[in-house]
Write a protein that binds this ligand. Structure first.
Ligand code: FUB
Ligand code: ZN
Length: 656
């Protein structure tokens, strides 16, 4: 397939998610650009450190060799066995390609370009004539036949990531080579699993989001309809079960009837994100209502304070309502990305800022913690507490490591970070009718429909977002700004006139803007103390500290006293000091730490399970009371923990 030239060019400015239905249109290339601040630093690190590291690891781990072998069946490596444990290892190449397409659009980097060209060429040559591509099932030493195991084979998941890489390359680089491969494979999927085909679904959702985007990119509705079929077929015992239960695959109940997010966390959130796309494109209000119900329930009962999703290592599952143990928080980095993808699509479909609030929480906490300060180490699972003797160990690893690691046997998270960080600017703003909505704040430029805004801010550390209007035509859109849910008493100054006491939600600049105007949004960021719903057993009598969208933690490396013995009075947060303190070499210079007064007791000695009663100590605090002393806690941004050595860490601190 070849796209007409004008379609390639038009597609060039589209954002990563580009709904064709009426509603919000996210700003894409040339419209939203991040040039500095925190997110700018993340993107620089992504291009200069993470991408190269991931490309190197894809070479070392064999992901590229697997494709080379199929692409070159007469080559010297042809007889070598498939490398790696999983049938989805091509996706790590595809996810990296997606990120590299964004990276190359911003900065022509030779190593990234060489990877891109080689991978695009390998994909074209490895793909079968009928469009099929999966280097695992195509490998001569793998006995299983293609399409023989849709539950675990991940073939449509593979296709999904190929499609997303292809759409990114077409949109950002104007290069449709991957798109041709993706379309050929997608056409095969339509033939096999479309309305007249075998009514199955892939064990791992992801294909839904991808097919919708492919449909948006090519104008071919068959892909949207296949995505829709995949969503509605699920939940009827459709997946041929092996090892994992139906719930793991979101196949125990139809999505529209689910009352709570369930099963494997990444699968669940990818499915919901794809369904939100479908609901939007089809104007399917029932589906959107079902998704909002699931979202609200998740936020109220299953999401960690950091925005992490998934509390069970077993089956990488979400867990029950209120089952949110800190040290066993799974919160896979991919699940953080999936939740943000779901959030963004819900916002695009119905405009509610509550989705953007969670997006922001995940971005600066559950997501940001997944990568090391130098950009080459990764957490797969993201606990909110680390005990001093703990070894980090994701499900597939044979041994633990004290902290982040450079790669994984199941390497889904690092390349996912490469693509997601690269496309953050596509998730900053959207146009809705004659209104421009700023969803997230970052230093950079927003230029759309006759309005050019220069945004300057040290957000998320500083409360001021300064927007200079560089250009504004008469027909330029009006401006709406999001006041985050955590914020009380925001104020907005437009050309010298201030409105105070703004509530969370959208605040609208109620007059047309003119070149030279300055809009200043102030989002007060006092230090906050958070408790937890008493049904979260793991968090009773605990407090967590946050400021703005940033969740804080205490690291043992900063303290002489045992963090497990520190007791915080939540009221003391009002006296906390906020300190500009660049904690790690690559952190934003505006990074803030917090100094907080607390008490530290001695170690209790009444045994693990003291009998309660007249003769037993009533509590640890009482037992330790005589020895308690004042301490000053140094609280650091949770996402930066584990960059200064391996030691204990806690987000939640004792209050008693
Ligand atoms: O199955 C593909 C990916 O591997 C999942 O999304 C991750 O959770 C990991 O299991
Ligand atoms: Zn992952």
């Amino acid at each position: 397939m070849s796209l007409p030239t004008e379609q390639v060019i038009r597609a060039h400015s589209r954002a990563a998610v580009h709904p064709t239905a009426l509603g919000r249109r996210p700003l894409g290339a040339g419209e939203a650009c991040i040039s500095g601040g925190s997110l700018g630093g993340w993107q620089r690190r992504n291009r200069t450190a993470t991408t190269g590291h991931v490309i190197e690891q894809l070479g070392l781990a064999g992901n590229l060799d697997n494709l080379r072998r199929i692409a070159d069946p007469a080559g010297p490596e042809a007889a070598a066995p498939f490398r790696g444990r999983y049938p989805f290892l091509d996706t790590d190449v595809f996810k990296t390609l997606e990120g590299v397409a964004y990276g190359l659009a911003a900065d022509e980097e030779p190593a990234a370009r060489a990877f891109y060209e080689e991978a695009v060429d390998l994909i074209a040559r490895a793909q079968r004539a009928d469009g099929y591509l999966n280097s695992h099932f195509q490998a001569p030493d793998i006995a299983a036949e293609p399409w023989s195991d849709l539950a675990w084979g991940h073939e449509l998941y593979n296709l999904g990531h190929l499609v997303q890489a292809a759409v990114a390359a077409n949109r950002r680089l104007g290069d449709d080579r991957l798109l041709r491969a993706a379309v050929a494979f997608a056409d095969l999927a339509v033939e096999r699993y479309g309305p007249d085909g075998d009514p199955q679904v892939c064990g791992h959702p992801e294909i839904e989001m991808a097919l919708v985007e492919l449909s948006r990119e090519t104008g071919d509705d068959r892909y949207l309809e296949l995505a829709s079929l995949f969503v509605d077929r699920r939940g009827h015992g459709t997946v041929a079960l092996r090892v994992f239960p139906a719930e793991y695959f979101q196949d125990a109940a139809p999505l529209r009837e689910l009352d709570s997010v369930t099963g494997h966390a990444v699968r669940m959130a990818y499915l919901a994100a794809g369904a939100a796309d479908i609901a939007h494109e089809h104007g399917d209000t029932d589906l959107l209502v079902a998704l909002e119900r699931l979202w609200d329930d998740m936020v109220a009962t299953k999401l960690y304070l950091t925005g992490g999703l998934g509390s069970r290592h077993s089956d990488e599952a979400i867990g029950d309502r209120f089952e949110l143990p800190s040290e066993r928080s799974y919160s896979e980095t991919c699940a953080a990305i999936a939740v943000m993808q779901w959030a963004w699509r819900m916002y695009l479909a119905d405009g509610q800022p509550k989705y953007l609030d969670v997006f922001e929480t995940v971005l600066y906490n559950a997501y940001a913690v997944g990568i090391s300060d130098d950009g080459t180490g990764f957490f797969y699972d993201n606990p909110l507490q680390r005990r001093p003797d703990h070894q980090q160990r994701s499900g597939a690893e044979t041994h633990g490591e004290p902290l982040r690691r450079g790669w994984f046997v199941c390497p889904c998270c690092p390349p996912n970070i490469v693509r997601w960080t690269a496309e953050l600017q596509d998730h900053l703003a959207a146009v809705c009718g004659d209104e421009l909505q700023l969803a997230q704040y970052a230093t950079g430029t927003i230029a759309v429909d006759g309005l050019v805004l220069e945004v300057e801010t040290d957000y998320p550390w500083d409360e001021v977002v300064r927007i200079r209007v560089a250009e504004a035509t008469e027909s330029a859109p009006r401006l709406a700004l999001r006041v985050p849910g955590w914020c009380r008493g925001a104020s907005l100054t437009v050309a010298g006139e201030t409105t105070d006491g703004l509530e969370p939600g959208w605040v609208r600049v109620d007059r047309p803007l003119a070149a030279g105007d300055e809009v200043v949004l102030t989002l007060p960021m006092p230090v906050r103390a958070h408790g937890a719903d008493p049904r979260v057993d793991a968090l009773r009598a605990s407090v967590a500290i946050a400021r703005g969208p940033i969740v804080y933690c205490a690291e043992q490396v900063d303290h002489d006293v045992d963090l497990d013995l520190v007791v915080v009075n939540p009221a003391a947060v009002h006296e906390a000091s906020v300190i500009v303190d660049r904690l790690t070499p690559n952190a934003d210079a505006a990074t803030r730490t917090i100094a907080l007064r607390a008490r530290a007791g001695g170690a209790p000695d009444a045994g693990l399970y003291p009998e309660l009663g007249a003769t037993a100590a009533a509590s640890d605090a009482e037992a330790a009371g005589a020895e308690a002393s004042d301490v000053e806690l140094r609280l650091v941004p949770y996402h930066l923990w584990g960059n200064r050595g391996a030691d204990a860490m806690r987000v939640w601190l004792r209050t008693a």
